[in-house]
Ligand binder design. Structure first.
Ligand code: URA
Length: 248
């Protein structure tokens, strides 16, 4: 249950900006529980009050949660003067305050959580939480069992500290687009340093040529989502995320 101002309720519900909805209210187009609302600053209870605009029921979502299969070429930001952002891909959002939880590089694909739930996002990104992030990587050259040990021990990627222990699984040898030998690997990290996976492979003499995030914490990328597609999280998935938030 939350008590918020009517103008915020309507703006959150996608009816317009705060000043636009204040105009709408002034014109008598909004009713709260059978009474025409006169001002935007009256308080409404989002869980019980019925708000109608032009006779249409307006629903209020405090928080929205989306899983996006991020395509390449799109930036993990809310605004960008040059490139399309991940937020622009979410077409039916009610809220205007969505943001991506953490960043994937412009050329990285895969699982990205998009929400306006700040406390939950902070919790998922907090270094102390050690939320697992699993990536599939295509890299140049042959990844060896020694590399697996190096990832486990922690790697010097030029920061003050070695990377935290990471799990490197060699899936198979592959031929890269240029005909050279490469490897398909899966990597699990618990940190979120800048270009972390690319820098870890670079440090052992390999280069990442393709990177896709498969999961974050308890949630896996829905395989029915094509690149660029998204869906709302189910209630169960939101509950799983909140467990991470609660524990620790
Ligand atoms: N590590 C990277 O190098 N890039 C990403 O996008 C995510 C993790």
């Amino acid at each position: 249950m939350a008590h918020i101002r009517l103008d915020k309720f309507l703006a959150d519900s996608g009816a317009g900006t705060r000043s636009q909805v204040r105009e709408i209210i002034k014109k008598g187009r909004v009713m709260v529980n059978d009474t025409v609302a006169k001002k935007g600053d009256i308080k409404v209870d989002t869980s019980v009050d019925i708000v109608l605009m032009d006779g249409k029921s307006m629903s209020h979502e405090d928080y929205e949660y989306f899983m996006l299969n991020k395509p390449q070429g799109v930036v993990s930001a809310t605004t960008d003067s040059e490139h399309k952002t991940v937020i622009e891909l979410i077409k039916d959002a009610k809220r205007r305050d969505l943001f991506p939880v953490g960043r994937l590089d412009k050329d990285t694909e895969g699982f990205l959580l998009i929400t306006n739930d700040g406390p939950l996002a902070n919790s998922l990104l907090a270094p102390g939480k050690h939320v697992d992030k699993v990536y599939e990587a295509r890299v140049t050259g042959v990844v060896t069992p020694d590399d697996v040990i190096s990832f486990e021990k922690g790697i010097d990627i030029g920061d003050d500290k070695l990377t935290a222990p990471a799990k490197l699984e060699i899936i198979k040898g592959i031929e890269l687009e240029d005909g050279e030998i490469g490897s398909l690997a899966r990597v699990t990290i618990t940190e979120g340093r800048y270009h972390q996976i690319k820098r870890m492979f670079h440090a052992i003499g390999r280069e990442v040529v393709y990177l896709k995030r498969l999961s974050m914490g308890p949630l896996c990328l829905d395989e029915n989502l094509s690149v660029g597609e998204y869906r709302r999280l189910s209630e169960e998935e939101v509950t799983l995320l909140k467990e991470v938030h609660k524990n620790g």
